[in-house]
Write a protein that binds this ligand. Structure first.
Ligand code: CP
Length: 322
C-alpha cells in the first residue's frame, strides 16, 4: 500500500478478527463492476431520479467514515440513505474518532461493522478501502482512497456523460489538470474502457497521467494523446473533464506552488467547441474554471454533482440488496 500523505492516521493493523466471514458485495474499485453492472447502476439511477423518495432501506444503518474532508460525496451518500428511509452514523473528521488515539483501521472497521449494515469510507491511504473490504463482515463502499480510486464519482460521471451525450460509445474525452494525483480520472479511464473512447490527456509534465494508466489504454486499444496547452486542444471533444490540482497529495509544497494555477478555463475558450460539448468537474474547483463559465450552457458540473445523489442511491441499494 502506498502512503499518499504523512498524517495522524493510525496503522491499518493486522486483523485479530480475520475468521469473521467477509462481505463480497463491496465497491472498492470501478473494476469490481462489469460493464453490465455499470449499465444496471445507470438505469437504476435514472429510476431514482424520477422518484428519489422511497423507503427501501427502512431499518438499515449506513456508516460514513471520512478520514479526509468531503462535501459532495459524504453529503450525497447521506442524503441518498435518508431519502431511502435508512439511518446514518459516522464521522466527517478523523480527529474526532479514536483513530486519532492510535486505533487501527482494522479495529475501527470491526467496531463499526457491529453497528452498521454497510460502510462508506474515504481514507488518505491508497489501498485502504481494499484492506477494509478484506477485514469487514459488512460491505465497503470506497469514497476515495488517496490518489487511487473514487468509483462512486466515476459512476456519476458516466451517468452525467450518458445524460448529456445520449450514449457512452465512441466519445472523445479531454482530461485536464492533475492527472497524476486525480483519482477520478484514473477510475474514469478504467470505466470508459468498455465504451471505445478516445482520450486527450492535457497536463503539465509534473502532473501527467501515470504510466500504468497509459499502459492500460494501450492494452485495451484506447487511443490517447498527451499535450500541454489547454486552449484549442479540446475543440474536437465531446467531454471536457477539468480537475483540481490536488494540493493534499503533494509531498513538496513548492512543486504545488509551481503548478497550482497551470490552467484556467474561461468562457471565451468554449467558443469554437462542439455544440454537444459539456464541461465536467468532480469539484471542488479552485482556480481551474473561471466563474464566467458557470452561465455557459456547456457548464454541467453542478448538475453532475446533483446526479451523484441518484447514482449513490443506486449504489447503496445494490450493495445492500439481499
Ligand atoms: N467530488 C468529490 O469527491 O467531492 P468531495 O471531495 O466534496 O466529496
Amino acid at each position: 500500500m502506498k502512503k499518499s500523505k504523512p498524517g495522524l492516521y493510525a496503522p491499518l493493523g493486522v486483523g485479530a478478527f480475520m475468521l469473521i466471514p467477509m462481505s463480497n458485495n463491496n465497491l472498492v474499485s470501478i473494476a469490481d463492476y462489469s460493464k453490465e453492472e455499470i449499465l444496471a447502476i445507470l438505469d437504476s439511477a435514472a429510476d431514482f431520479e424520477t422518484n428519489p423518495n422511497r423507503k427501501t432501506l427502512d431499518g438499515k444503518v449506513i456508516a460514513t467514515l471520512f478520514f479526509e474532508p468531503s462535501t459532495r460525496t459524504r453529503l450525497s451518500f447521506e442524503t441518498a440513505v435518508i431519502r431511502l428511509g435508512g439511518s446514518i452514523i459516522g464521522f466527517s473528521d478523523a480527529a474526532t474518532s479514536s483513530s486519532s488515539k492510535g486505533e487501527t483501521l482494522n479495529d475501527t472497521i470491526h467496531m463499526v461493522s457491529c453497528y452498521a449494515d454497510a460502510i462508506v469510507m474515504r481514507h488518505p491511504l491508497e489501498g485502504a478501502a481494499r484492506y477494509a473490504s478484506e477485514v469487514s463482515p459488512v460491505p465497503i463502499i470506497n469514497a476515495g482512497d488517496g490518489a487511487n480510486q473514487h468509483p462512486s464519482q466515476t459512476l456519476l460521471d458516466l451517468y452525467s456523460i450518458l445524460k448529456t451525450q445520449g450514449t457512452l460509445e465512441n466519445l472523445t474525452i479531454s482530461l485536464v489538470g492533475d492527472l497524476k494525483y486525480g483519482r477520478t480520472v484514473h477510475s474514469l479511464i478504467m470505466a470508459m474502457s468498455h465504451f471505445h473512447p478516445t482520450f486527450k490527456f492535457i497536463a503539465p509534465d509534473e502532473l501527467k497521467m501515470p504510466d500504468e494508466y497509459k499502459v492500460f489504454c494501450k492494452k485495451n486499444n484506447i487511443p490517447f494523446t498527451e499535450v500541454f496547452e489547454l486552449a484549442d486542444n479540446f475543440n474536437d471533444s465531446d467531454i471536457l473533464y477539468m480537475t483540481r490540482v490536488q494540493k493534499e497529495r503533494f509531498q513538496d509544497l513548492m512543486e504545488y506552488e509551481r503548478v497550482k494555477n497551470v490552467y484556467t478555463l474561461k468562457n471565451s475558450m468554449l467558443e469554437n467547441t462542439k455544440p454537444n460539448l459539456r464541461v465536467l468537474h468532480p469539484l471542488p474547483r479552485v482556480t481551474e474554471i473561471d466563474p464566467d463559465v458557470d452561465s455557459n450552457e456547456k457548464a454541467y458540473y453542478f448538475k453532475q454533482a446533483q446526479n451523484g445523489l441518484y447514482v449513490r442511491q443506486a449504489i447503496v441499494s445494490k450493495v445492500l440488496a439481499p
